[in-house]
Design a protein around this ligand. Structure first.
Ligand code: NAD
Length: 311
């Protein structure tokens, strides 16, 4: 039976563990806080049972069968014993990640793939203390990974092509949607596109062009309707009678003109930002009760969308 080790048992570590057991892998969870990985299994058990009751459990195995594949460790070498793939999910701090990968290398064979969940750190920094970097990559999930399937696979400059291929096949096997970046870049692909959307949305509100409520509707009732199923490239290709080149011959002048009027990066934190932030707080008050209710609503919608896409 193939073994995967998950390092760090917080939100993302637990999610990866659930995905890997759904694909039938044995998953060993390690956390450096004693007892934390055992607690994570208790939490995962609750979630798997709820998912089974809601008919949303992923994979072919029952919740009980998936649970039987999980084990918890407070000792790093025992946790890594026998693994062919390691998914790191510790705090998003460069020194913490560098040090855990350095420690891990002492306990794994040279062919074991070392993968990081980092959202913001480039592989050349994360793996700088690893000796054999050809087996290292970032596999960046999107929260919550159980419903949002994208995984960005980002190579270190020295990563072997076979390591990218094996990880792509693994992610596909557990039902995720992996994409391959051909080289590392700050923010990878998803966060760069997201930053572009954030910047222009913020600017339009700050400049008094549109309200916070309405710019969110531009996405949720407009662009987002298509983007849950087809991306911007296919959207353009389908939006002109003769495809993408035709689209660009019709619209590229407008797009170029608009892009050149975008201006500098907006002020997100200073005085100018306060009116945007207050407008949001009037819509959704910034207290635990309101935020938790909206988070619950978001996750319910994501769950239903994931089901729709599966059907
Ligand atoms: P978290 O704070 O919920 O969990 C981190 C866990 O790592 C904790 O249980 C902690 O005890 C453990 N830990 C810390 N140092 C450790 C060490 N040296 N060895 C073993 N365990 C250690 O964090 P999270 O939200 O699960 O994020 C984990 C990683 O996933 C981060 O790199 C983050 O950027 C990335 N990520 C997070 C999200 C998200 O939305 N939360 C999305 C994508 C990627």
């Amino acid at each position: 039976m193939k073994i995967i080790t998950v390092i760090g048992s917080g939100l993302i570590g637990r999610s990866w563990a659930m995905l890997f057991v759904s694909g039938g892998y044995n998953v060993k969870i390690y956390d450096n806080q004693p007892g934390q990985s055992a607690k994570a299994i208790t939490e995962i058990k609750k979630q798997l049972v709820e998912l089974e009751e809601a008919h949303m459990l992923r994979g072919e195995l029952s919740a009980a069968q998936q649970l039987a594949l999980l084990s918890s460790y407070d000792d790093l070498s025992q946790a890594l014993d026998g693994a062919f793939f390691v998914q790191e999910c510790v705090f998003e701090q460069l020194e913490v990640k560098q040090s855990i990968f350095h420690d891990m290398e002492r306990f794994v064979g040279k062919d074991v793939i070392l993968s990081s969940s980092t959202s913001c750190l480039v592989p050349s920094k994360v793996f700088s203390k690893v000796q054999n970097r050809s087996r290292c990559l970032v596999s960046h999930p999107v929260n919550p990974p159980y419903y949002v399937k994208l995984v960005e696979l980002v190579p270190h400059p020295e990563t072997a092509a076979a390591v990218m291929d094996t990880t792509h096949a693994l992610m596909t096997k557990v039902g995720q949607a992996p994409v391959l970046l051909k080289k590392e870049i700050d923010g990878f692909a998803l966060n760069r596109v997201q930053a572009a959307i954030i910047a222009e949305s913020w600017r339009l509100v700050q400049d008094g062009v549109i309200s916070v409520k309405d710019i969110d509707l531009v996405m949720s009732e407009g662009l987002g309707m298509r983007y849950a199923f087809i991306g911007p490239m296919e959207t353009m290709h389908l939006n002109a009678p003769k495809g993408l080149e035709d689209y660009m011959s019709r619209y590229s002048e407008n797009i170029t003109r608009m892009l050149s009027s975008f201006g500098p990066v907006p002020d997100f934190c200073g005085e100018a930002a306060k009116s945007v932030i207050n407008e949001m707080y009037e819509l959704i008050p910034c207290d635990q009760q309101h935020l938790a209710a909206r988070q619950e609503r978001r996750d319910q919608f994501l769950m239903r969308l994931a089901k729709l896409k599966k059907d």
